[in-house]
Design a protein around this ligand. Structure first.
Ligand code: MG
Length: 391
């Protein structure tokens, strides 16, 4: 296997630290060339000491100067431009996208133009800009290998089979903590309850998205652009044990699934090592201890997130960007205690079903739509809930 030279965007988050662990265990295969992170100064310093990257980008100028003073040989940049600088380092051939927000979008486009392998953990990229990304990919030698556990499972189960042989893909969802809850109880769900995910340990935003099934909705959209199937070929099933990470049914009715204990290091490793497999020492799945694998249908009335995902696929254009940005804003307000859990759905639905969508040609247009949607969503929230919750 050739050495992979990696730019890791979002090195201090959950995907980022897991990626570094995978790199640390495979230093003969993976080399960290650059990292980009936010404001976790101590952790960034620790990572620089351990992995000796050539280039680092942090959030602000002061932190960049402090880091430069400590590591004189290191190239240090800051802000969104610094992040793009990191992706542009000539030694980089592989980019891990584990940051949130629209900067990830710009970084991905840059990586596509640089013919990188893009190990994609950021969902916004394909949800907000799937059409644009696929157009750019068609003109480049770049490839996207998904890190998301469900997309990785489908990617692995499809393998070298032709797309024409695929009948449907079945995305599994853990269901989060509330998939059996009655809709009328959603009002009483606290932030703390919503943050207690039964099987995966992740950042706050994605944990809330798992509880609302917005995360699965985003994955439906992501899968549509990644695997280029028809909306009717994409299904969702709740599987609380998170052992089957997703499945592919072929035209002959054979179903291939990918199974493992829930551990993000595995899809990260595969995204880096593909098409090869490399050994990984960890706890393995013990079938005799595995008592049951359960499956439940998603109630689309209780979880309108899933219904909206299919409406995004039907509509195309800017609808994915609007859907994602409205949800991001709503989750933000929920985490701050300003709206109720049930309001997340109400807010996103109000935004989504009252918007007219347009086709997007450039990243600037997408960024503008995201900015506008966030502003408008905040306005909707202030108007609907401002007085009662004393914002
Ligand atoms: Mg996932």
């Amino acid at each position: 296997m050739e050495m992979r030279n990696i730019a890791l965007l979002g090195s201090t988050g959950s995907i980022g630290t897991n990626t570094l662990e995978v790199i640390a265990r495979n230093r003969d295969r993976f080399r960290l060339v650059g990292l980009a992170a936010g404001e976790s100064k101590e952790l960034i310093e620790e990572q620089v000491r351990e992995f000796a990257p050539e280039i680092v980008s942090v959030k602000n100028k002061e932190d960049a100067e402090a880091l430069k003073a400590k590591f004189p040989g290191l190239k240090v940049y800051y802000s969104g431009e610094g992040l793009l600088e990191t992706v542009s380092h000539p030694a980089v051939d592989t980019m891990v996208s584990a940051i949130d927000g629209t900067t990830a979008l710009e970084a991905t486009l840059l990586s596509i133009r640089n013919n990188h392998r893009i190990c994609l953990a950021n969902k916004e990229t394909l949800v907000a800009a799937g059409e644009l990304i696929n157009r750019e990919l068609a003109r480049s030698r770049a490839e996207i290998i998904p890190i998301d556990s469900e997309q990785s499972a489908i990617f692995q189960a499809i393998g070298h089979n032709s797309k024409d042989a695929v009948k449907r893909i079945i995305l599994t969802a853990s269901g989060g903590p509330f998939f059996k809850e009655k809709k009328e109880n959603f009002k009483r769900i606290t932030v703390k309850q919503a943050l207690a995910h039964p099987t995966w340990s992740m950042g706050a935003k994605v944990t809330i998205d798992s509880a609302t099934l917005m995360n699965k909705a985003l994955e439906v959209i992501e899968a549509f652009y990644l695997f280029r199937l028809n909306p009717e070929q994409i299904e969702v099933i709740i599987h609380p044990q998170s052992i089957i990470h997703s499945m592919v049914e072929y035209i002959d009715t054979s179903i291939l699934a990918q199974l493992s204990l829930p551990d993000m290091r595995l899809p990260i490793l595969y995204s880096l090592s593909y098409p090869e497999r490399v050994p990984f020492e960890t706890e393995t799945l013990n079938f005799s201890e595995l008592r049951k694998l359960e499956f439940f249908d998603v109630d689309r009335e209780t979880f309108p997130s899933i219904r909206m995902a299919y409406d995004v696929l039907k509509t195309g254009k800017s609808s994915g960007a609007v859907f994602n940005a409205a949800n991001e804003t709503a989750v933000d307000y929920f985490l701050k205690g300003n709206i109720l859990f049930s309001d997340i759905f109400a807010v996103v639905e109000e935004m989504f079903y009252n918007e007219t969508f347009r086709s997007v040609e450039t990243i600037e247009e997408i960024n503008e739509i995201i900015r506008h949607t966030k502003e408008k969503t905040a306005g909707v929230i202030e108007r609907r809930f401002g007085n009662e919750n004393n914002m």
